[in-house]
Design a protein. Structure first.
Lengths: 122, 196
């Protein structure tokens, strides 16, 4: 059995972090345009993207681009803008937590590999 | 994929909102101004926001297809924003607009996405427009700026409107400020990966 520093799990977590960052980025874009006339909220389907990313890792493909979608069900204001501050705040908190979760998992995974490296010393 | 692009997006919004607050402050400061460089009373000003083309690298990573050549669609979106946003506001561009906004003509165009609207990271002030409503006339024949009929033209500034606008700007500023805070937290936590 070969030993790899980069495990499949660490690869998967890296994709997860990328997607969480993309989600935060879209949210930041929405927040920035909270007062821009005619601006429409953008979003992404995190679960679908994650499924695709897991497939990519299995097949050994590189990361793909995120599909950005329109967000339905928001109330459009008279100036044509439909950004909801509440939604964006929640989205950002969610993306932040996802990111932190990913970081914690990735640390643990690297620690596991580290422990294996130093296994002879204990 | 860089996390710092996020800060730029939120930063551009904070900049724009602060500018909006400055314009409100200028309006309130000049509520009784009867003399200006252009002659006549001070005229109420208002900012028009437009979604920014922003960081092209991020857009490329995000959307895939760049629609190439940076032709002047910046002005198109600017016009559109004015048309949408200008509820009862004329499009006379004034002083503050020109100097405050760096390089608005050179902005990259917004990118069309498959099955979605354009993603616009960030925001910018497209224009500062002047309120075309006529000045208020007050009878004060002793005033040096009084007309032959004894009426003085004062700016039509409603403190209530200005305060509401200021509150909106403050809230949006705070919102983007907390977004920056969140982004900082993400970057800091990413640094933790390296610490073992």
């Amino acid at each position: 059995m070969s030993m790899e520093i980069e495990t499949q799990l660490s690869d998967q977590i890296a994709r997860y972090l990328d997607l969480a960052a993309s989600e935060a980025k879209l949210t930041a874009a929405n927040m920035a345009n909270v007062d821009t006339p005619g601006y429409r909220t953008v979003g992404m389907d995190f679960e679908a993207e994650m499924r695709g990313a897991m497939d990519d890792v299995d097949q050994g493909r590189g990361p793909r681009r995120v599909r950005v979608t329109d967000v339905d069900g928001l109330i459009t204001r008279p100036d044509g803008n439909n950004v909801s501050i509440d939604r964006e705040s929640l989205q950002l908190a969610e993306a932040q937590l996802k990111f932190r979760t990913g970081v914690a998992l990735l640390r643990q995974e690297y620690q596991r590999v580290m422990d294996a490296i130093h296994a002879d010393k204990s | 994929m860089n996390l710092f692009g996020l800060m730029e997006t939120s930063g551009s919004a904070m900049e724009a909102e602060r500018m909006r607050a400055e314009v409100v402050a200028a309006n309130m400061a000049n509520a009784e101004t009867t003399r200006t460089a252009d002659g006549g009373p001070y005229r109420r000003q208002e900012v028009v926001f437009a979604a920014n083309g922003g960081d092209a690298g991020f857009l490329d990573a995000m959307n895939g297809s760049m629609n190439g050549s940076g032709n002047g669609s910046g002005t198109d979106s600017m016009n559109a924003a004015t048309a949408n946003g200008g509820a009862g506001v004329g499009s006379a561009s004034v002083g503050i607009a020109g100097e405050g906004m760096p390089g608005s003509p050179a902005l990259p165009p917004l990118l069309p996405l498959p099955g979605a609207q354009n993603v616009a990271p960030g925001v910018r002030i497209a224009q500062v427009v002047e309120d075309p409503s006529p000045p208020l006339k007050r009878y004060d024949p002793g005033h040096p700026d009084a007309g032959p009929d004894g009426y003085v033209a004062y700016p039509d500034i409603n403190p209530l409107t200005e305060m509401v606008d200021l509150m909106g700007a403050t809230r949006a500023y705070g919102l983007n400020g907390s977004a920056v805070q969140a982004e900082k937290g993400m970057i800091t936590s990413a640094l933790e990966i390296a610490k073992t």
